[in-house]
Design a protein. Structure first.
Length: 360
């Protein structure tokens, strides 16, 4: 107990006095890296992903709901006691519950030994990570890198445990591909992490299919005098105009961020409807849907859709356009989708508190 008190005291003294000049320089570098990564829609969508640096026993980590793209405009990093966070993980307690603003992935960042950790929702990586043969394919693509495959586990403590187990088998691992989720990279400093991210990104790159343009006349006719409107992310229309994307989405949920877009644990909201459905029929049958994917036309969305949800929809379109019709896909199970809804609710609350529904 005494040791815990001394740790807490030292942490609060550090925070109250402010970081040392050398630490401030490291924090600035992390903010610069976070801003670059957060501004790349192929790496980060809205407040997804997180970054951290460990300095003097303090874990500086992106706060839940904040956008990495805002790292140079806002104070998005919060300091947490690293020893306490690691003790929480050891005792199977989620350290994110000790701080209202802590990232849901705090446990994972604390469990990793790397000084700098970056977690991104790279659309190219996700396109591989939803495949049943992902590990086999990635063994070839990532050959020579110190990487490991983490089969899907929920965010928070389960993910931290999965990475800790992988590290116990190969302590020098600095790249983790997360099944049905994304990518984690760790290193000694921000430059090393950014270089490694660039290397992985180049190796897993997939050229997206070209989708047919949206039928704006048809979409505007649907939206006219209704609660529907056009999405802010133009690439979202590929969800309706690309037949392969429609087929992929119709069979299941690919990754947890999809659940944030939906009010259902099933792929039903992502199944395209036909344009010939009459307006009254649409209003009655789809009144609870946050968006409609219109076959061969594009997408219309509810007026209340948040900016974050618009970004997530654009990211989803980028992912599915990188999945071929012949590949074996590993969809989320019913239980995984249901569990993701809990995370989705927290994500919505944190993102709304940070950004509301304002345009960016």
């Amino acid at each position: 107990m005494g040791a815990s008190v001394r740790v807490e005291t030292g942490f609060h003294e550090y925070v109250s006095k402010g970081p040392r000049l050398t630490d401030e320089a490291e924090i600035t570098r992390l903010r610069e890296l976070s801003a670059r990564v957060g501004s790349d829609r192929l790496l980060t969508q809205a407040s997804t992903g997180n970054s951290s640096v460990k300095l003097g026993g303090v874990l500086w980590i992106k706060a839940s709901g904040e956008w990495m793209a805002d790292a140079l405009r806002k104070d998005i990093l919060i300091p947490l006691d690293l020893a306490v966070a690691r003790e929480c993980v050891k005792r199977n307690v989620d350290p994110a519950t000790r701080h209202a603003r802590a990232s849901i992935e705090t446990a994972m960042h604390a469990a990793m030994p790397h000084r700098v950790v970056l977690h991104v929702h790279c659309v190219n990586t996700i396109a591989w990570a939803v495949r049943r043969d992902a590990r086999v394919q990635l063994e070839y693509l990532l050959d020579g890198l110190r990487w490991q495959w983490i089969p899907y586990v929920p965010s928070g403590l389960p993910l931290a445990a999965g990475i800790a187990k992988a590290l116990s088998a190969a302590p020098d691992t600095d790249v983790f591909v997360l099944g049905n989720h994304g990518l984690v990279v760790g290193g000694e400093d921000c430059d090393a992490v950014e270089d490694l991210l660039a290397e992985v990104r180049q190796r897993v790159a997939i050229s997206p299919r070209r989708a047919q343009p949206a039928d704006f006349d048809a979409l505007e006719e649907i939206a006219d005098g209704s609660a529907w409107g056009l999405p802010k992310e133009s690439e979202a229309h590929a969800l309706g105009t690309d037949p392969v994307s429609r087929a992929v989405l119709s069979r299941g949920l690919l990754y947890p961020c999809q659940v944030v877009l939906s009010n259902s644990n099933t792929p039903a909201p992502f199944r395209a409807i036909r344009l010939r459905d009459r307006a009254e029929s649409r209003k009655r049958r789809y009144r609870t849907r946050p968006f409609l994917i219109i076959e061969d036309c594009g997408v219309v969305v509810r007026g209340g859709m948040t900016t974050a949800e618009h970004k997530l929809m654009g990211g989803l379109a980028q992912v599915v356009r990188r999945i071929d019709s012949t590949v074996p896909i590993r969809y989320l199970t019913d239980a995984e989708a249901a569990q993701s809804r809990v995370t989705a609710c927290r994500y919505r609350e944190a993102s709304q508190a940070s950004h509301g529904n304002s345009a960016r």
